[in-house]
Each structure stands twice: as C-alpha cells, then as structure tokens.
Write a protein that binds this ligand. Structure first.
Ligand SMILES: [Zn+2]
Length: 402
C-alpha cells in the first residue's frame, strides 16, 4: 500500500485540500493523511512538491500512432489538399517505425496521459500498443469504398481484429473504428457494426470533419465530387449523411471531429447516445473549422488526433490551443470542461475504470506541480493548463512511470 500526498486533489466537483490517497493497484481510500497512516501503518508515504495537484491519469481518446513520422511532409491548411498529400506520401507514412511510435506514446506519457484510444489502420502499431505502459483502447479500423474489394477488406480487417483480441487485458482493449462515410462501403459498415454489437466492442468513426465531406455526403458536390470523379469516375457518395448515421442507431459511438455538423445533426446524435472527440489543433491545421463545444449537449472529449495533423501529442499543448481557439467562451468554465474532457468524460465513453479519483478506480494518477500557490482554488484548472508541459509524477495501476 502507498499513500500519495499533495496540496490539492482534483475531483469533478472541484479541488479538495488537505487529503491524501491510499492505493495499491486501485484507489483504496481518500482521507486525511493522519487517518490513512493509522489505517495503513506500513504504507509507503509519497510526498509531492508544494503546490502539486493530483489528477486522475489523463485520457487521449483519439490518436493515430501509425502516422507518427510526419513533420514537414503533409500539406496543411485545407482538407482535400491534405488528403491528396497523404495519398501521395503513403510510402513515407508506412515507414513509421516502432521507435517513432515509442517517441509518440512517451510524449503522451510525459504530459500525463495514462490511457489512449489508438486508431489502427493497418496493425503496424499493435506491438507498440501492447508494450506501452499506458492503457490502450485499440480501434481496428476498416475502410474501402469499392464494392468489388469489400470481401478482401473485411478479411484483412477481421484478421487484425482476431490478432488484437489475443492481447486483451486490463491495459489493452480491442475495439472497432469505421474510417468515415466517404471512404467506407455500406456493406463493410454493416458487417463491422454487427461485429461490434456481437463482441461488445466499442466503436468510433470520423464524421463531418471537413466542409468538403459535408458537401459530398449531403449534396453530392464540392471538392470530394471533383476528387472521386477524377480518380474513380464516381459521381455519388457511397453513403449519405442520413444513411451513414442510421448504421449507428443501436450502438453508442464515439464520433471524431463533427466540426461541420449542424444543430439538427447534434440533436440526432444526442437522441442516439453518441459522443464526440474534439481535436482543435488537427481541425485548425486541416482547415476544418471549430467544434463549438460551449453549445454541445453531447459528451465530448479532447484529443490530439495523430501527428499526421498535429505537431505534438502533448495533451497540454492541445488544451492550451483549445483555450485560445474558443476565444469567446468563459475562460475558467472552459478550463474546467477541458479537464473533464480528458478525465471522467472519456473514461465513461471508453468504459475505462479510471478518470476519477474515487475508491476502486485504477490507481492512475498524473501529478501536476504549479509554479506558485494559486490565489483562487476554483482557477486551478486554468493555471494547470497554462503552466504545464510535463507532469511531475505519473502512476498507472499503482506503478510509477514518471
Ligand atoms: Zn483521426
């Protein structure tokens, strides 16, 4: 048993003071330090520097480790030119090494991320996702727009799913991702959604990321029309927005982006118990707009997306950017919501027993040390976001990694 002591402990209801946490693999007790020492006289007491805050380990709900080797290759600024640059540089992207992926998950770890949702396009990240100390929800992704290739695409996908199932543990959970409405044939979507229902897998899908995607799946026009017409002679999308959404009616789904969703879309998503990952830097860099989180009434997480559309996987870089991008939102309220969007909210969506400092949750902690004593306790979320690049200590399942 260990007892962790800090000036502040984060809870969803606010920051508490003069308490400590007793834990082994799980959180056992939250109480005054003296009380805990009496209950657990043999426990090792771990002190933290003055002005430290214990947070539950952070959760990055959406990342692509396989695309970790892009720095200056892909074209930023607008979605379709970016997509074309991805297609053009597919060989370079495929050369992403295990070392590149290790650097990527270590960067997340140092910023306090103890769990992440990895989108796996080809299975090259499986070993890294099993080896990493972090908890991983491993989203095996399916895509393919041509009907004649559906069988091959599905076979390849199920082989990857089967392989990932073998590693299921406390720290590794296989799941399913449908790439997007513009890239995944309805036959593949149906089969993959059925598999998710049957095996009780979590499911995720990119949706309404760019204006080009919206124009294409709503009205069969725009930049995607030009792209599909030029390369494949296709003039109509394989899924409309409505037909795509219908496929997920009976399975609560973590949609990614929704930057181009309208009010009615959100009402519909709410009625079906769906949620969304907000990726502010990726959306900015690919010219996709801003997800208006202040008016969202569905659960939302904040995530980095992959290094194919970002410059770092440091979760605090993401939160700081969100603070700047949502320039009209109440500052402290936004900061509190952003902390929730990387703790309790993604834990619930990804069905992880963490994300809160509560008895019998996993002992996953990120300890942040503020540079000075906070004058106002209700502003700690903001100070944390503004002043933190790396955490001071980090625990996963009671073991220390930072
Ligand atoms: Zn993504």
């Amino acid at each position: 048993m260990k007892i962790l002591v800090a000036d502040f402990i984060y809870t969803d209801e606010g920051y508490i003071q003069k308490k400590a946490i007793a834990f082994d693999d799980f959180i056992k007790d939250i109480d005054n330090i003296e009380t805990l020492k009496n209950i657990y006289p043999k426990a090792e007491v771990i002190n933290t520097p003055k002005n430290s805050v214990i947070y539950p380990g952070f959760i990055n709900s959406h990342v692509h480790l396989e695309f970790s080797n892009n720095k200056t290759t892909l074209k930023y600024g607008s979605f379709i030119p970016w997509l074309k640059s991805v297609i053009k540089n597919v060989d370079m992207i495929a050369k992403c090494t295990k070392n590149d992926m290790k650097k990527a998950y270590m960067e997340m770890l140092k910023s306090g991320v103890t769990s992440f949702g990895a989108i796996s396009s080809n299975g090259n990240d499986l070993e890294s996702c099993v080896k990493t100390p972090q908890r991983v929800v491993y989203f095996n992704e399916i895509l393919g727009s041509k009907e004649e290739n559906c069988d091959d695409a599905y076979n390849n996908f199920t082989q990857r799913v089967e392989k990932s199932i073998r590693f299921t543990s406390d720290k590794f959970k296989p799941a399913i991702s449908i790439h997007s409405p513009y890239s995944t044939h309805p036959k593949l979507i149906k089969k993959a959604v059925n598999l998710a229902k049957e095996k009780k897998f979590l499911i995720s899908a990119h949706l309404l990321e760019s204006k080009a995607e919206k124009d294409w799946i709503e009205e069969s026009k725009g930049e995607f029309y030009d792209l599909y017409n030029e390369f494949f002679g296709i003039q109509k999308p394989i899924n409309t927005k409505e037909s795509f959404l219908k496929e997920f009616d009976d399975i609560s789904t973590h949609f990614i982006h929704l930057t181009n969703a309208n009010f009615d879309d959100i009402v519909y998503l709410k009625s079906k118990d769906h949620s969304v990952a907000h990726c502010p830097r990726s959306n900015r860099l690919l010219g996709c707009g801003i997800l208006d989180v202040s008016n969202l009434n569905i659960p939302w997480t904040t995530a980095t997306d992959g290094l194919s559309s970002n410059w770092s996987l440091n979760i605090f870089d993401e939160l700081r950017s969100a603070i700047m991008i949502h320039a009209n939102d109440d500052l402290n309220d936004l900061a509190d919501k952003l902390i929730k969007s990387i703790t309790s909210v993604p834990a619930e969506i990804l069905e992880l027993n963490c994300g809160m400092i509560e008895q019998e949750k996993f002992a996953d902690f990120a300890i942040v040390t503020l540079p000075d004593t906070p004058n106002y306790i209700d502003e700690i979320s903001l100070w944390t976001i503004l002043h933190t690049k790396y955490v001071n200590q980090l625990y996963i399942g009671g073991n220390r990694y930072v």
